[in-house]
Design a protein around this ligand. Structure first.
Ligand code: ASP
Length: 403
């Protein structure tokens, strides 16, 4: 019998999970442990994967003396596409105006949000860790990335005997991590089944909230679709000169995983595997661009932040002029860079933008009921954007790809 491809298995898991959650919600505790274990397994591999991947990536790039150039190129690409995403979001929210006349009685409690949010200063200061082990234990990705890039870069600056030894060790470590990843990936359909069942079972009155926030959701989804289906494919077609459709097919597994886990970090192992194996990008490029992208390149989140803030302003009847919308562009970009690649991180970062334009933090309560669902959509766009960056940069470095 022909084996069903993984992305179909994941899709089947997702659909069965939704049906199970809606029909047998009260028994969801019997199966939710499978989703929890799956997420734990993904979290287990993420820090060692990022460390081995970035050190080996940077050491391999750095040997050719290309690190600075590649870093600048990658970073610029991330900033440009995220800005495009925010502009698309602002365009749609200004056209559709989903918040005008919205029912603000839906308000839930937002206790704890202000406490959870960080200032930009904290985020920036945190990039250089005072204790790298503490950063690793707490999964502080920006610090880990900064340190591992430094480590990888300076490997290339030592005596070649030691350089080769360390490069080999990290290359081998990365290979092992990818093998573990492939092993865990096999369990995705089961994990996705349990996660989506739990999500459905724990939404109180999903249809009711969807109705009152329907237009807001439509705006977010339309803008995400515009960015993911039009803007990024245009870059793939005309800048990278590859087939967007082929690349999309190559990425179907990671995209479905992003959708069901709502975490770019948890999806990172899949993204690396698919961009290398299916799209044909070299390990040298993926091992550097993708972990960096998962952490700082969040087009979907950036777009979402812009729409959400405008929606809240509209709901409160507050007019934001062009200058204030410009502040939204800049702060949404920074918030998306600073947001952790985990579920609902984007919502926490919104406090920063709301304060920047002087809106009440309670506004977050308005969008809270549907955030989890929209998180699934924006995370999918985040991962899609990371993968398009890897492809575009690989092509610009003269690589021959499979897409
Ligand atoms: N969940 C998103 C991600 O992991 C971040 C966010 O909440 O927007 O990419």
């Amino acid at each position: 019998m022909k084996k069903i491809a993984l992305h179909w298995q994941i899709l089947i898991g997702l659909v069965l999970g939704v049906v199970y959650g809606l029909m047998f919600g009260s028994t969801v505790n019997y199966i939710s442990w499978m989703g929890d274990l799956f997420i734990q397994a993904l979290k287990m591999i993420i820090v060692p994967l990022i460390i081995t991947s970035i050190v080996s990536g940077v050491a391999n790039i750095g040997s050719g003396g290309n690190f600075g150039r590649l870093f600048t190129k990658t970073f610029s690409y991330y900033v440009i596409t995220s800005t495009f995403a925010i502009l698309a979001g602002l365009l749609f929210v200004n056209l559709i105006k989903p918040g005008v006349g919205a029912d603000i009685n839906l308000v839930q409690s937002v206790d704890g949000f202000a406490a959870k949010s960080q200032s930009f200063q904290d985020t920036l200061m945190g990039i250089i860790p005072s204790n790298i082990f503490e950063a690793m234990v707490n999964g502080k990705m920006l610090s880990i990335i900064f340190y591992t890039m430094l480590f990888g870069y300076f490997i290339t600056r030592i005596e070649s005997k030691h350089k080769d030894l360390l490069t080999n060790i990290f290359n081998s470590g990365f290979d092992v991590m990818m093998k573990i990843t492939l092993f865990i990936i096999k369990f995705t359909p089961i994990g996705v089944f349990a996660l989506s069942a739990k999500l459905m079972a724990t939404q109180d009155n999903p249809l009711g909230t969807f109705q009152s926030l329907g237009l807001y959701m439509v705006t977010v989804v339309l803008a995400l679709a515009f960015h993911g289906v039009i803007v990024l494919p245009i870059i793939l077609r005309f800048v990278a000169k590859v087939s967007p459709l082929k690349h999309f097919k190559a990425l179907s597994g990671p995209l479905l995983t992003a959708f069901s886990t709502s975490s770019s970090n948890a999806t990172l192992p899949y993204t690396i595997e698919a961009v290398e194996e299916n799209s044909g990008v070299s390990n040298k490029i993926t091992s550097f661009t993708l972990p960096l992208g998962a952490t700082i390149n969040m087009d979907g989140t950036a777009l979402y932040e812009g729409i959400a803030v405008m929606f809240i302003a509209q709901a409160y009847g507050i007019h934001l002029d062009i200058l204030q919308q410009l502040i939204i562009v800049v702060t949404a970009l920074l918030a998306s860079i600073g947001a952790a690649a985990v579920p609902m991180a984007g919502l926490v970062m919104m406090t920063i933008i709301l304060s920047a334009v002087g809106l009440p933090l309670e506004g977050i309560a308005l969008i809270l009921p549907v955030d989890r669902i929209l998180d699934m959509c924006r995370t999918t766009v985040n991962v899609w954007s990371d993968s398009t960056a890897a492809v575009t940069i690989a092509k610009s470095e003269g690589e021959t790809l499979k897409v």
